[in-house]
Write a protein that binds this ligand. Structure first.
Ligand code: DHB
Length: 500
């Protein structure tokens, strides 16, 4: 089971019954209109929490529903539940609120965010803020759960938020909503999760692993309501996922680019200033890149995934083949969409455009333009410094390996995480498997200039889902860096379509 008895939660037991009278009225202005909501905040969503600072949820309900109004065709019973998480960098996350709806917990602001690999805080043009407002204005009920994360410790210095804690917490919050179905407005069969980056990965996991019993002991440990935890649909932006294959996928994409540029982080304040570090890969790192790169075709070919025409997507030993072209086709589609929307792409040297149509892509040019962010291995670092190493720690160990390759090649022989835990953090192992209720509907976006992980990972997730019969709206988003919620109009149109 992997749960040792040393972690004692908060000694108090919390009720799993929703208190419909414990709310405040709050308001916000969105697109020049004022909206009133009932705000149920800081609800502890498990009976035996480990950390009440994070295992709590905020629920916002349009006030109109309590006066028999219908909003956007939804009623108090039929309203879907938008379930955004604020997780970044696999760190602990507070539930989102109406006012700070704009902020994802900035990865790195808490101690434990570390190394120069830490990506920048959300770009200045980030519009994430409006997702909660947007949802409420469209008649959605919003439930945002906090979750434990990799840096969290209890008073005895024991780590309490290592994998799979954050995911288990989000599942427990879903259970709370389902358990209180009669008392909490909204349709519990229309829960739509949403997250960005590590939060996007958590969103995928919620959708992929619904009701799977692997997580049950962990849910029991924290006293989650004993009801199903599956959700209806998933929205994920730039998910950092398939972690146990992300290193080789990264080198498939970036091999040959021997400079990397990463954001510096102040180790004391944990704040990422506007400063980048740029460095050459060493001879050793180039060798590592070469070794990882050749692993990727073996992995990809083992998946047996197919394009829309039924062609199996494959790569040769050098990493060329129809899978590469298929990944490229998503870049082309992204460029075409931007072109159709009136963007001037005439100075994009790696695209061929003829008569308003994007007819060609220089894949390598595209990758050179986006630059390499991480040195190899990008995720399972030899020195255990990456956020993902910290995710895979235990109650007593801060950081571990999660791939055979890095475990074997670490000169200091750092520890390897348990296979069961690595599995539990990878949605690909669960999609459509027996005794799992995988969500039917998926909306996944990844920016064309996001170098936090490889395009290949995103394409694999989307394609595998499609091949297994799920409905997937997947696009690369033109010129978007590592960020989320930039296409809320499209996102909510999609949600309305799948919900109604
Ligand atoms: C995030 C970004 C990363 O590059 C990563 O490796 C893990 C998480 C994030 O922004 O959440």
């Amino acid at each position: 089971m992997g749960i040792s008895p040393i972690v004692k939660g908060v000694q108090e037991t919390f009720p799993l019954e929703f208190d419909a009278n414990r709310y405040t009225i709050q308001s916000f202005t969105f697109e020049n209109k004022e909206y009133k909501v009932r705000a149920f905040e800081n609800i502890i969503y498990v009976a035996n929490p480990i950390d009440t600072a994070y295992q709590k949820m905020n629920i916002y309900i349009p006030e109109g529903y309590f006066h028999n109004e219908s909003i956007n065709g939804y009623s108090i019973e039929s309203a879907p539940i938008f379930f955004p998480n604020g997780i970044g960098g696999y760190m602990p996350a507070q539930p989102k609120t109406l006012n700070d709806a704009g902020k994802r917990d900035i990865f790195g602001q808490l101690p434990g965010g570390n190394t120069h690999r830490t990506p920048p805080p959300l770009a200045g043009n980030m519009k994430e803020g409006s997702a909660i407002h947007y949802a409420l204005s469209k008649g959605y009920i919003v439930a945002s759960a906090g979750a434990r994360g990799r840096s969290l410790k209890n008073a005895d210095g024991i780590f309490t938020g290592k994998a799979p804690a954050g995911l288990v917490d989000l599942k427990a919050a879903v259970c709370y909503l389902r358990y209180n179905d009669k008392k909490i407005p909204g349709n519990k069969e229309r829960i739509i999760s949403n997250g960005t980056s590590a939060g996007g990965a958590m969103s995928l996991l919620l959708g992929a692993t619904g009701d799977n019993l692997d997580y049950k002991p962990y849910l029991e440990e924290i006293g989650a309501a004993n009801v199903p935890d599956h959700i209806f649909a998933v929205s994920a932006y730039c998910p950092i996922t398939d972690l146990d294959h992300a290193d080789c996928a990264y080198e498939w994409q970036f091999n040959g680019i021997n400079t990397y540029e990463a954001q510096m982080m102040d180790m004391i304040s944990g704040i990422t200033p506007n400063k980048t570090t740029s460095d050459q890969l060493s001879e050793k790192q180039i060798e590592v890149s070469n070794q990882l790169k050749v692993q990727f075709p073996i992995y990809l070919n083992s998946l047996n995934i197919k394009d829309e025409k039924g062609n199996t997507l494959l790569l040769d030993e050098q990493g060329f083949g129809n899978f590469r072209d298929y990944v490229g086709s998503y870049v082309i589609q992204a460029a075409q969409k931007a072109l159709d929307a009136g963007k001037d792409l005439s100075n994009v040297s790696w695209l061929t455009i003829q008569n308003g149509k994007v007819t060609g892509l220089d894949f390598e040019g595209c990758i050179r333009n986006m630059k390499r962010m991480k040195s190899p291995p990008a995720f399972d670092t030899f020195d255990l410094s990456a956020p993902e190493n910290h995710l895979f720690g235990t109650e007593a160990i801060n950081a571990q390996h999660f791939t055979e390759y890095s475990y074997k090649n670490d000169p200091t022989k750092g520890p390897l995480a348990a296979e069961t835990i690595i599995k539990m953090m990878n949605p690909l192992y669960y999609i459509g498997t027996p005794n799992t209720n995988t969500s039917q509907f998926w909306h996944i976006r990844y920016g064309t200039i996001d170098n936090n992980t490889s395009f290949a990972i995103e394409v694999i997730v989307a394609t595998l889902l499609k091949n297994k019969g799920y409905e997937v709206d997947f696009e690369l988003a033109w010129n978007r860096p590592h960020m989320g919620d930039y296409d809320l109009g499209e996102l909510f149109d999609w949600m309305d379509k799948v919900c109604k």
